[in-house]
Design a protein around this ligand. Structure first.
Ligand SMILES: Nc1ncnc2c1ncn2[C@@H]1O[C@H](COP(=O)(O)OP(=O)(O)OP(=O)(O)O)[C@@H](O)[C@H]1O
Ligand SMILES: [Mg+2]
Length: 611
C-alpha cells in the first residue's frame, strides 16, 4: 500500500468533514474574489474617483452595458439588479457599498472559521486514530521488535512524527486548499479585469522576484560557508592551545600562526562577500520594485487616457494583485511542511507495516488443564547477528524449582523470555506437557505464567490495580491476602490511601524491596501454575532481602518454577541448578554436587555468594 493509500484509509472515516472543509474553502475563495470585485464600486461610487462618472464607459458600474467583456458585464448587471431590487439610490449607495463589504467580509470570516475548524477536526481525528493503531501494533510486537526499536524511537514516532502530521493536516492543508482556490479565483479575476495588463504582470513580476530569490539563496549559502570557516578557526585555536607544548617544543609557533592567519583571511573573505550581498539586497530589490511599479503606472496611465480602463479599475487591479501575495506566500510554506510530514508518515507507516512476529497459529488451541512440565529442546536464539542462546536444553518437571545461574550476559533472561513467547527461538522448541507452546493460543499460554521481572515494572495506577494487573476480578480480600503473603501488606497500609494510593504520583517513592514485593504480590494474585522469577540484582539491605526471600518462598510453593538466582538463599532451596555460560548450559545438578566440582559454578559461588 502506498503512503497515500495508507492515509486514505484513515481519512475515509472523515469524508463528511472533508466535504465540509473543501466546500467552505471554496466559498472562502469566492468571497475573497467578491471583495476584490467590490473595490471598484468603493472607489467609483462611494469615493467618486472617476471625474465624469456618468459618461465613463469603462468602470464596473458602466460595464453593465458593455458587450465586449461578457463576464465583467454579467457581474456588473447582477450588481445593478441587486441595487435596483433594494432601491439603492445615488445617495444611499454611500451606505450600501460599505454594508455590502461588511456582509461579504463577515461571510468570508464565517466560512474561514468553518473550513479551518473542519481541517483541524480531520487532522486531530486522523492522527488520534493513527496514534491508537500504532500503539496497539507496538503492544502486539515481540521482544525482538522492541530490541530493535528502543522505546525512545517508538515514543518519537508516536509523539513527534504524528504531531508533525497533525500540524500538516490541521494548518497546512487548510492553506493548501483554501489558498490555492483563492489564488485561482484571484488569477481569473485579474485576467478578466484587464487581460493585457494581467499578461504584462504575469511576465513582469517574476522578473522582479527573480533577483529577490537569488539574493536569498546567495545569502543562505554564504552564511553556511561563513559558519564552516568559523569552525575551522575554532579547530585551529583548539589544536594550538591544547598542543601548545608540542608547538613550542618543535618551534612551530610561526607555522601555526601562519596557518591561523590564512584561515582568518578566508573567513574574512566570505564575510565580506556576505556583507556585499547584504548591503546590496535592499537597494536592488527596492529599485527593481520601483522600476516595475513605474512601468505599470505608465501602462495604466496610457490605458486610462485611451479609456480602455478607469482609475478605479486600475485600483481594483492593484488590490487584486496585492491580495495574490498572501496565498503565494502561504503556499510556498506549505510545500516544506507537507514534505516533512510525508516523511513522518512514511516512518510511521513502515512501523505499522512490520509483521507481527509472535501471533497465534491458525489452529492454535487453548491450553487444557496442565501438568506444567516444561522442556526447552535445543533452543537457539539471536537478537541480532550475535547468537545469545546456543542449543540450550533444559527440563523443569512439575512442581520443581530450577535455579538458573551464570555470569551477567550469559542469556538467562533471554532463555526464560522464550516461555511466555516474548519471542520465538530461531531453532529448537519449547514444550509444555510435551506440546510445542506455539500450538497454544498466546492468551491461554500467558495465563499460565506468573512473571516477576528483573526490573520491577509498576504502572501509574493504584496499588490495588497494580497487584490485580490483567485480572478481571479485583477482589480486595484476595489482593490483601496476596500482599500479605508477599510481605507487602504492612507497608501498603502505611501509604497515604492504603491500597488506593496511586503509584508513580509525585512524592510517592517506593524502595527497591517494596517494589519487588509488590511485583511478587502481583504474581501471587495471578496464581498461575508456572512461575518465572528473574531475581533483581539490586542491592537490598539485609532486612528487606529477608522479607523478599520469604515472599519468594511463599510464591514458589506448589508451582513449577524457573528462577534466575542471584541470591545464595534462592540457590540453596532450588531442586536443581543449571549453570548458563555464553548461551550454553555448562553444568547442571544440585548445589552440593556442583560445589564439589571445580567448574564455573564453584567459581561463581566463590565470587558472588561469598563476601
Ligand atoms: N534487547 C536486546 N537486544 C539485543 N541484545 C540483547 C538484548 N537483550 C539482551 N541482549 C544481549 O543478549 C545477551 C544475553 O542477555 P541476557 O539479558 O539474557 O543476560 P542475563 O544472563 O540475563 O544477564 P544479567 O544477569 O545481567 O541479567 C547479552 O549479551 C545482551 O547484550
Ligand atoms: Mg537478566
Amino acid at each position: 500500500m502506498s503512503v497515500l493509500g495508507f492515509l486514505g484509509s484513515y481519512f475515509r472515516r472523515y469524508w463528511l468533514w472533508v466535504l465540509f472543509a473543501v466546500a467552505a474553502a471554496g466559498l472562502f475563495a469566492v468571497a475573497t474574489g467578491a471583495l476584490v470585485v467590490l473595490i471598484e464600486p468603493v472607489f467609483e461610487e462611494v469615493l467618486q474617483t472617476n471625474p465624469a462618472e456618468h459618461e465613463q464607459t469603462s468602470g464596473l458600474v458602466a460595464a453593465a452595458g458593455d458587450k465586449g467583456n461578457t463576464v465583467r458585464s454579467t457581474v456588473a448587471r447582477l450588481y445593478q439588479q441587486v441595487k435596483d431590487r433594494l432601491g439603492v439610490t445615488e445617495k444611499s449607495v454611500v451606505f450600501f457599498v460599505p454594508l455590502l463589504v461588511i456582509a461579504v467580509f463577515t461571510f468570508r470570516s464565517l466560512v474561514a472559521f468553518i473550513s479551518s475548524y473542519s481541517f483541524q477536526h480531520i487532522g486531530l481525528g486522523v492522527t488520534t486514530d493513527i496514534r491508537n493503531s500504532l500503539y496497539r501494533r507496538i503492544l502486539e510486537q515481540s521482544s525482538r521488535f522492541h530490541a530493535r526499536h528502543p522505546s525512545g524511537e517508538l515514543t518519537s514516532r508516536i509523539v513527534n512524527d504524528i504531531a508533525m502530521m497533525q500540524t500538516a493536516v490541521s494548518t497546512r492543508a487548510v492553506d493548501l486548499v483554501q489558498q490555492s482556490l483563492t489564488l485561482l479565483v484571484l488569477t481569473v479575476l485579474l485576467f478578466l479585469n484587464n487581460p493585457s495588463l494581467a499578461f504584462v504582470c504575469a511576465f513582469g513580476i517574476p522578473a522582479v522576484l527573480f533577483p529577490i530569490v537569488r539574493f536569498g539563496q546567495g545569502m543562505r549559502k554564504t552564511s553556511y560557508k561563513s559558519q564552516e570557516r568559523m569552525a575551522d578557526l575554532a579547530n585551529l585555536v583548539g589544536e594550538g592551545a591544547r598542543g601548545h607544548r608540542v608547538v613550542k617544543a618543535f618551534g612551530m609557533e610561526d607555522f601555526e600562526y601562519r596557518r591561523f592567519a590564512s584561515a582568518t583571511r578566508r573567513h574574512l573573505r566570505v564575510n565580506l562577500w556576505a556583507s556585499v550581498l547584504n548591503s546590496l539586497s535592499s537597494p536592488v530589490i527596492e529599485t527593481m520594485s520601483v522600476v516595475g511599479l513605474s512601468g505599470l503606472l505608465v501602462y495604466a496611465g496610457l490605458q486610462i487616457r485611451s479609456e480602455v480602463m478607469s482609475a478605479s479599475g486600475f485600483i481594483g487591479f492593484l488590490f487584486n494583485l496585492v491580495w495574490m501575495y498572501e496565498p503565494i506566500r502561504k503556499l510556498n510554506k506549505v510545500n516544506l511542511v507537507i514534505q516533512q510530514s510525508l516523511a513522518a508518515v512514511r516512518r510511521v507507516k513502515s512501523l505499522i507495516d512490520l509483521p507481527i512476529e509472535i501471533a497465534d497459529r491458525p489452529n492454535a488451541q487453548v491450553i487444557p488443564n496442565v501438568e506444567a512440565d516444561i522442556a526447552f529442546e535445543s533452543v537457539s536464539f539471536a537478537y541480532t547477528e550475535q547468537v545469545v542462546l546456543k542449543e540450550v536444553s533444559l527440563r523443569i518437571h512439575k512442581g520443581e524449582v530450577v535455579a538458573l545461574v551464570g555470569p551477567s550476559g550469559a542469556g538467562k533472561s533471554t532463555l526464560v523470555n522464550l516461555l511466555p513467547r516474548f519471542f520465538d527461538p530461531d531453532s529448537g522448541c519449547v514444550r509444555i506437557d510435551g506440546i510445542d507452546i506455539r500450538d497454544f493460543t498466546l492468551e491461554s499460554l500467558r495465563r499460565l505464567i506468573g512473571l516477576v521481572t528483573q526490573d520491577t515494572v509498576l504502572f501509574n495506577d493504584t496499588v490495588r490495580n497494580n497487584i490485580a494487573y490483567g485480572q478481571e476480578t479485583v477482589a480486595l480480600e484476595r489482593i490483601r491476602e496476596a500482599a500479605a503473603a508477599a510481605y507487602a501488606d504492612e507497608f501498603i497500609m502505611r501509604l497515604p490511601q492504603g491500597y488506593d494510593t496511586v503509584i508513580g504520583e509525585s512524592g510517592l517513592h517506593l524502595s527497591g524491596g517494596q517494589r519487588q514485593r509488590l511485583a511478587i504480590a502481583r504474581a501471587l494474585y495471578k496464581d498461575a501454575p508456572i512461575l518465572i522469577l528473574d531475581e533483581a540484582t539490586s542491592q537490598l539491605d539485609a532486612e528487606s532481602e529477608a522479607l523478599v526471600q520469604k515472599a519468594l518462598m511463599n510464591l514458589m510453593e506448589g508451582r513449577t518454577t524457573l528462577v534466575i538466582a542471584h541470591r545464595l538463599a534462592t540457590v540453596q532451596i532450588a531442586d536443581r541448578i543449571a549453570v548458563l555460560d555464553a548461551g550454553r548450559v555448562v553444568e547442571e545438578g544440585k548445589h552440593r554436587e556442583l560445589l564439589a566440582g571445580e567448574g564455573i559454578y564453584k567459581r561463581l559461588y566463590d565470587l558472588q555468594f561469598q563476601e
